[in-house]
Design a protein around this ligand. Structure first.
Ligand SMILES: *[C@@H]1O[C@H](CO)[C@@H](O)[C@H](O)[C@H]1NC(C)=O
Ligand SMILES: *[C@@H]1O[C@H](CO)[C@@H](O)[C@H](O)[C@H]1NC(C)=O
Ligand SMILES: *[C@@H]1O[C@H](CO)[C@@H](O)[C@H](O)[C@H]1NC(C)=O
Length: 403
């Protein structure tokens, strides 16, 4: 017979051991998932039915990011820490010929309204830049009324022409459908989605051709559900683009899923050989390749946020690049995103100085965030720098800032 007190002690020891083992196992699984970051990063965009894609991967990821290394965020900001005055409610200074451009669906109404409330309050109530909303089906009257109610700035609604949202004639749709099933079986993000592919191709090659977008020199891409954490009333990113002659602006850079772009880089290499005249002298190839262009390191700007000089996308260099990639079929046979397409184009065809990191624009989309770290900007931003997207093993932003 074991005395009762001793039994209780044993029981406590057993519980302790179990708790210890459980804790150890938890740590262990955390460490496993930590190792291969390229395979757990979910993708951008959420206009589609897969808005809450891969919650497991996302959960894993957030517990595994190494936050301890500060970002080298010393690039100039143009932001000030002055308190607001009456004058700050209206932008009387020079303005750019620019607009927000949003590709979305009727069902995105409420997410979009939240984003507009936020964007108006931190930036646009002073600057009054117009919005252009685009959809491949007509917007409902309900949608339009409720969007218009969010801003005093001009608002335009456009329908995407069929020829910009359909298959090129040479695509074998049967094969494309088989590839989608295969990618779905391999759990490739958005691997199964046909509409996502049309969207990526549209953003890559057509959005700047839409009649409502054509008139603008600059656009700032916005997606439903994103948020902006910094006071930008005294910052006009469009004017920064214009005065500094920047062609492409971003806030987040991270690696692309390799399974979505198996042959993209091979095609990029063929294009470089075919069109050396389109490659900029002081390009950023070093940012996207560790071996002088032989392989792609998968770094890309997260293009759900981008501020662009549309003359870049309308240039012969970019149009040739898009046509070349479109002819290769990868938008449909694989799942090439507009993010790597825009990023590789910017890296190869722009001067390094024409690409700008907008550190002062705190931005969040889904689980990913850019939050400025400098003490000066922290006074203007409501975000936690610990939530920054930056991987110790694979820092696309750091690499970009260092080249
Ligand atoms: C990481 O994952 C990718 C995609 O699943 C795979 O191709 C690659 O070999 C993995 N890398 C390592 C170091 O395990
Ligand atoms: C995080 O990064 C710091 C600095 O490089 C390093 O000392 C630390 O070991 C890293 N932690 C993990 C969990 O990798
Ligand atoms: C299209 O792809 C399917 C599946 O691979 C193939 O059976 C068919 O012959 C292809 N059609 C053409 C016209 O090449």
């Amino acid at each position: 017979m074991i005395p009762r007190r001793l039994a209780a002690t044993r029981c406590r020891i057993l519980l302790f051991v179990i708790a210890f083992l459980a804790g150890y196992f938890f740590e262990y699984t955390r460490n496993i998932t930590f190792k291969n970051i390229s395979s757990v990063i979910p993708h951008h965009h959420q206009t589609d039915e897969q808005a809450h894609l891969h919650p497991v991967a996302i959960k894993t990821l957030t517990t595994n990011v190494n936050f301890t290394v500060p970002l080298p965020l010393s690039t100039s900001t143009g932001a000030t820490t002055e308190k607001l005055t009456q004058d700050d409610t209206q932008n009387n200074g020079p303005r750019a010929n620019a607009a927000f451009v949003v590709l979305l669906q009727n069902k995105d109404l409420h997410d979009m309204r939240k984003t507009m409330r936020n964007l108006e309050s931190v930036f646009n109530r002073k600057h009054g830049y117009p919005y252009v909303f685009l959809n491949n089906v007509p917007f409902t009257e309900h949608f339009k009324t409720h969007i218009r109610a969010m801003t005093t700035a001009p608002v335009k609604f456009g329908l995407i022409p069929k020829e910009h949202w359909s298959y090129p004639s040479f695509i074998n749709k049967t094969q494309a459908a088989l590839n989608r099933v295969d990618m779905e079986n391999r759990n490739v993000p958005y691997g199964e989605s046909e509409s996502y592919r049309h969207m990526c191709r549209y953003m890559s090659g057509f959005i700047f051709k839409h009649e409502l977008v054509q008139e603008y020199d600059y656009y700032w891409r916005v997606e439903p559900g994103v948020s902006f954490s910094c006071d930008l009333l005294n910052v006009d990113p469009f004017m920064i683009m214009k005065t500094k002659k920047y062609k492409y602006g971003f806030t987040i850079a991270l690696p692309e899923f390799v399974d979505t772009i198996p042959t993209l880089w091979e095609n990029v290499k063929r294009f470089r050989k075919l069109h050396p005249e389109h490659i900029a002298k002081r390009n950023s190839l070093e940012w996207i390749s560790y071996d002088k262009g032989d392989t792609y390191n998968n770094c890309h700007f997260w293009s759900n946020f981008e501020i662009v000089d549309t003359s870049f996308f309308r240039s012969k260099a970019y149009l040739d690049f898009f046509q070349f990639l479109d002819d290769a079929g990868g938008f449909f046979y694989e799942r090439w995103g507009d993010a790597p397409v825009h990023s590789i184009a910017a890296a190869l065809m722009l001067d390094r100085r024409e690409i700008h990191f907008f550190n002062e624009i705190g931005y969040r989309h889904g689980m990913y965030e850019h939050c400025p770290e400098s003490p000066e900007l922290q006074l203007k931003c409501a975000c936690d720098p610990k939530d920054n997207v930056d991987w110790v093993q694979f820092s696309c932003l750091r690499r970009f800032l260092e080249i």
